[in-house]
Write a protein that binds this ligand. Structure first.
Ligand SMILES: Nc1ncnc2c1ncn2[C@@H]1O[C@H](COP(=O)(O)OP(=O)(O)O)[C@@H](O)[C@H]1O
Ligand SMILES: [Mg+2]
Length: 263
């Protein structure tokens, strides 16, 4: 299959004079705070979340429901705006108040997002669902569909390309969602409990697929999960407690682990 282009989107990135450190840092969050609501009803979910993702790392976030995992992933993907703090991509600050078109470009090209619930359009075919991000960025229907079919083959679903998404099993739907997240050739994969709704066997199969794609595509991946056995396969594990990220352990084999600090 064609290697996806791995060029970070520059569209919404402004110059950051104090851009953080190493060239191999792909994505960074500094002092992220997220407070939902205001006044007495306000809820502080992230208080001071710091994170540095280096090229090629596969990092797990393990924390209980309600700890703020989805909130953090949404902020990293520029799907939501932090109350304060900054997300950097390729050492440039992401300006979520930039114009919509530029931001859509960033979301479409830099980051692949796997939703907690796959968020496929049930009445569209698997191929149409996978083609959707390409259509949104203006590619023509025939080439987008062609690319979608290649990606469905890559996740083992070439025989399901013309089936409606709503007719597929949970594991198949998550594979379609993986193809849709990667069809744009993102640099970073953010996965929000990608195996949360699957039985154990399907969870392992989907995780192994993610691991393989992570490695072969040279992705940088951050995966929220409740599953400690799956998290242990990642290069390192972060916890999220009281709105702060901390190291829970270096997992996986030494040969895989790029090493380094957690936040
Ligand atoms: N849009 C929102 N408005 C208000 N509260 C929210 C919103 N989104 C999430 N929350 C609350 O923030 C907390 C963290 O949610 P979330 O990030 O979804 O946690 P997790 O993914 O770890 O389960 C929860 O208490 C949740 O109810
Ligand atoms: Mg969540």
């Amino acid at each position: 299959m064609d290697q996806p282009e791995n060029n970070p989107s520059q569209a919404v990135l402004t110059s950051e004079p104090n851009a953080p450190g190493a060239a191999s840092t792909v994505m960074e969050a500094r002092s992220l705070k997220k407070i939902y609501g205001s006044g007495e009803k306000s809820l502080a979910v992230l208080s001071d979340a710091n994170l540095s993702l280096r090229q090629g790392e596969m990092v797990a976030i393990v924390a209980p429901s309600g700890a703020g995992k989805s909130t953090l992933l949404h902020l990293l993907a520029a799907l939501d705006t932090p109350t304060s703090g900054t997300v950097y991509f390729a050492n440039k600050a992401i300006e979520t108040n930039d114009d919509d078109a530029a931001l859509a470009e960033f979301r479409n090209r830099a980051v692949g997002f796997l939703w907690q619930r796959h968020q496929l359009l049930p009445d569209f075919t698997a191929a149409e669902n996978v083609a959707m991000p390409l259509l949104l960025r203006g590619e023509d229907f025939t080439s987008a569909l062609g690319m979608a079919r290649k990606w469905l083959a890559e996740v083992g679903l070439e025989n399901r390309a013309d089936h409606r998404a709503g007719e597929l099993s949970g594991g198949e739907q998550q594979r379609v969602a993986i193809a849709r997240a990667l069809v744009t050739g993102p640099t970073v994969l953010l996965a929000d409990e990608p195996t949360g709704d699957l039985d154990e066997q399907n969870a392992w199969a989907v995780f192994e697929l993610l691991e393989r794609l992570h490695r072969t595509l040279g992705l940088t991946s951050l995966i929220a999960t409740h599953n400690l056995a799956l998290a242990a396969r990642c290069d390192r594990i972060l916890g999220l407690e009281h709105g702060v990220l901390q190291t829970r352990g270096a997992a996986a084999s030494a040969s895989k682990a790029p090493g380094g600090e957690a936040s």
